[in-house]
Ligand binder design. Structure first.
Ligand code: DGL
Length: 281
């Protein structure tokens, strides 16, 4: 493999986006692995949740956000949302000509490495599970492991409310996850970027023998690799990050602070223009 490095500092930020706070799990992993890179994060909380929506609608939103980030001169786009990836990652890449990194291949790779019995579970939104994207990604690795999938649409609503442990949520989790437990999976892909925020609960329900796979850390490695290959990594010790929400910024900030911590300095309102429209504030 040829690794290319510019050796010079590249000041442009990395754009990261999701329907809400879930993509912060990926942003967190990028901040840990690449502490010198500035991020612009967009949570589309005004139009959340994406999972139950038709792919066409998710695609339209994704293209709007991507365009708005490109207008802000990002050097790379990280699609920190499985539902967007299944609906639009190729369209986003074609439309914008900057490197685009997704979460499905990294998560699948990690699951293939982790499984011991070849029975892998997948939980995600309806859009992600219905799309069959993980089945295709798994087949592409050449493994003969089997995938058992289950949509868990209600999980994201709890996370967006900041609820990761209520009794009501535990009952919901038991209902979603017990069929997968009965199928004897030994590895479970958290195929929605909101779900790592429920890892404690999911592990409790699945039992200690099941390895939970969050794509965040693997995705951060892909981001690093893509930056180095394009020679656009940054060497600034004090990057400034920006967080934007299309819905109520104060509400986003309150939940995001709990999940991400002090890096969330201030959340601003994002006003997205339809694709083809002008820049945003
Ligand atoms: N975090 C998103 C994902 O990874 C989806 C949440 C939603 O339904 O909006 O799929």
């Amino acid at each position: 493999m040829v690794v290319r490095s510019s050796g010079t500092s590249e000041p442009r930020p990395i754009g990261v986006f999701d329907s809400g706070v879930g993509g912060l799990t990926v942003a967190r992993a990028i901040l840990e692995l690449l502490p010198h890179e500035p991020l612009i994060y967009v949570g589309d909380t005004a139009r959340f949740p994406y999972g139950p929506k038709p792919l066409e609608e998710i695609r339209r939103y994704a293209l709007e956000i991507a365009e708005s980030l490109v207008v802000r001169d990002v050097k790379m786009l990280v699609v920190a949302c499985n539902s967007v990836e299944v609906a639009a990652i190729d369209h986003v890449a074609e439309a914008h000509g900057v490197p685009v990194v997704g979460v499905i291949d990294p998560g699948t790779r990690a699951a293939v490495h982790a499984t011991r019995n070849g029975r892998i579970g997948l939980i995600g939104t309806e859009a992600t599970v219905k799309s069959g994207a993980y089945d295709r990604a798994l087949t592409a690795t050449g493994t003969d492991a089997t995938l058992f999938s289950r949509a868990c649409p209600a999980f994201v609503e709890y996370v967006e409310r900041g609820d990761t442990s209520s009794e009501e949520l535990r009952t919901v989790a038991e209902g979603y996850l017990s069929p997968l437990r009965e199928q004897g999976i030994d590895t479970l892909i958290l195929g929605c970027t909101h779900y790592p925020l429920l890892s404690g609960l999911i592990q409790l329900v699945m039992g200690d023998d099941v390895v939970l796979i969050s794509s965040a850390a693997e995705t951060a490695k892909d981001v690093y690799r893509a930056l180095v290959r394009s020679g656009i990594e940054r060497g600034d010790p004090h990057p400034r990050h920006e967080f934007l929400a299309t819905g109520d910024p104060a509400r986003f900030q309150a939940v995001a602070e709990v999940f991400l911590g002090p890096e969330i300095a201030e959340v601003r309102a994002a006003h997205l223009e339809p694709v083809g429209g002008g820049p945003w504030s």
